[in-house]
Design a protein around this ligand. Structure first.
Ligand code: ZN
Length: 258
């Protein structure tokens, strides 16, 4: 299903949640500077480092950004867009859509898009905060002029939903958060090492390539952008790019082949 002689597609996606992931979990976190600082690290330190790394590797990536993150960190989002990366929708706030009333969910869709379209005219993708959909999400995505979503785990290749919206499937195993996330609620949980995550990601890439699927890595700048983990990101990109039969591109382009 891939262009030319490609046997597999790969895209590197970053959910730039910044402070909103914690505020979405609990509005009281808006006043907790220590909690928020974990998210601020993303636009402040991680994004510039990740943009340098992507430029060095000559890779165009996709950044899913909540509207309120773009309002709070406009220069970070401008840097992403001017470096040629795809900007995509990740809610307005970072509240899970299943916790919202239907009208609130549409408001999130509309307000997020309004903000993101002031940075880029080409917004075509939607990833919900927390990867969950409601029965109306796909029709909202279509109504607001988007063409693909990247939220479900039921395939390794993009496919079309009834109604025409394309799905670009993801997986927990290809997300940095389950391996590296740490907070006070999981105090005794061990943080994975790069070596553990590398062996998981490499095995998954090799398997997806053998099966002709799309390798969609979901990362968060505040997690993968730690100084000790940037080399893992670079190693992963280098490994993927060392295979000439792998089409490395944006989520928009991968979703576009369906
Ligand atoms: Zn997110």
């Amino acid at each position: 299903m891939w262009p030319g002689d490609a046997s597999c597609a790969a895209c590197f996606t970053f959910d730039l949640d910044a402070e909103e992931v914690w505020i979405g979990e609990d509005p009281k976190n808006a006043d907790r500077l220590g909690v928020l600082s974990q998210g601020t690290y993303g636009p402040k330190v991680a994004v510039p480092a990740i943009l340098d790394l992507l430029a060095r590797q000559d890779v165009r990536a996709t950044f899913f950004v909540p509207g309120r993150v773009a309002e709070r960190h406009p220069s970070s989002v401008r840097d992403v867009v001017s470096a040629g990366h795809e900007l995509a929708h990740h809610g307005y706030t970072h509240r899970g859509v299943t916790t919202l009333e239907p009208a609130e969910e549409e408001d999130e869709m509309r307000r997020g898009l309004e903000v993101l379209r002031s940075f880029s005219a080409d917004i075509s993708g939607y990833r919900s905060p927390s990867w969950e959909l409601t029965p109306q999400t796909l029709s909202l995505v279509a109504k607001h002029g988007l063409t693909y979503t990247s939220n479900l785990m039921d395939d390794i290749r993009p496919y079309r939903h009834e109604g025409g919206i394309v799905e670009l499937p993801i997986s927990w195993v290809l997300d940095d958060a389950p391996h590296f996330w740490f907070d006070g609620a999981s105090w005794t949980r061990k943080i994975a090492t790069n070596e553990e995550v590398w062996s998981i990601w490499k095995a998954e890439f090799d398997g997806i390539r053998a099966m002709g699927g799309a390798f969609v890595l979901t990362m968060h700048p505040q997690i993968i952008g730690r100084p000790g983990r940037l080399p893992l990101l670079e190693k992963t990109i280098s490994y993927v790019r060392s295979h000439p039969d792998v089409w490395v591109t944006t989520a928009h382009d991968v979703a576009g082949v369906v």
